[in-house]
Ligand binder design. Sequence first.
Ligand SMILES: CC(C)(COP(=O)(O)OP(=O)(O)OC[C@H]1O[C@@H](n2cnc3c(N)ncnc32)[C@H](O)[C@@H]1O)[C@@H](O)C(=O)NCCC(=O)NCCS
Ligand SMILES: Nc1ncnc2c1ncn2[C@@H]1O[C@H](COP(=O)(O)OP(=O)(O)OP(=O)(O)O)[C@@H](O)[C@H]1O
Length: 230
Amino acid sequence: MRIVGLTGGIASGKSTVSNLFKAHGIPAVDADIVARNVLKKGSGGWKKVVAAFGEDILLENGEVDRAKLGQIVFSDLGKRQLLNRLLAPFISRGILMEVLKLWIKGCSIIVLDVPLLFEAKMDKWTKPIVVVWVDPKTQLQRLMTRDGSMEEDAQSRINAQMSLDLKRSQADIVIDNTGSLEALHEQFQKVLTQITKPLTWTEFMLSRNGAFLALFSTFISVTIFKKSLL
Ligand SMILES: CC(C)(COP(=O)(O)OP(=O)(O)OC[C@H]1O[C@@H](n2cnc3c(N)ncnc32)[C@H](O)[C@@H]1O)[C@@H](O)C(=O)NCCC(=O)NCCS
Ligand SMILES: Nc1ncnc2c1ncn2[C@@H]1O[C@H](COP(=O)(O)OP(=O)(O)OP(=O)(O)O)[C@@H](O)[C@H]1O
């Protein structure tokens, strides 16, 4: 199985690229969705976060007030690190479960869309790593437009992440999403060709079909060996 890492900065265009992969039949696991699920009322992550941050971060219906928690953690490094530490095991487990489901289905190439791929050290699970880069001005503008946020709030969210230039330096493939959507689509076609190259032997053996082949070969070898002893 080939697990492609997809990362970048906030509002750099990861979800846009992830949707292009899905449109071409390559499934993607979205870490933001996993992170939302592990913070749902009554879940393990929710209990840890409420115990650490207090009931003030809850809405009347008991769900976490995401806007409020966001304001707290994106303006305070210590609280952000605390939240990350509390949720990391639940998020990793959630992502692993999604990967397992796709493995069982027999998918040979999948994408992991993880904003904090490097920060959470999940980059070791993925090869190749695609970084969606965008210039800082465009990133800020797109973030403010998408979320309807003020410059200060948007900038503090950008500053909460590893710099995009550093992420770019650790990428196998870089998509520059500063231009138009048409320019993005053009780059994507080239990336798609690279990503869909035939699996290496190791990737094949890590896929469901590879595992079945290994099991089948072992079974045949043992049967032949037993017969040769008779
Ligand atoms: C603080 C929370 C409640 C704010 O929720 P909100 O709905 O406003 O934002 P959302 O979850 O949609 O995230 C938007 C983007 O913010 C960035 N982001 C989210 N969490 C973090 C973080 N801990 N550090 C840096 N950037 C982050 C990502 O780029 C993400 O795509 C939420 O982001 C959260 O629970 N974060 C901690 C979990 C986490 O690490 N998520 C990232 C998945 S790897
Ligand atoms: N090339 C582009 N031209 C114009 N707008 C774009 C382009 N690429 C993405 N966008 C827009 O920029 C915003 C951010 O993109 P997107 O949501 O894909 O980013 P993201 O990296 O997934 O963000 P997050 O980290 O918050 O999940 C969206 O409103 C999207 O429609």
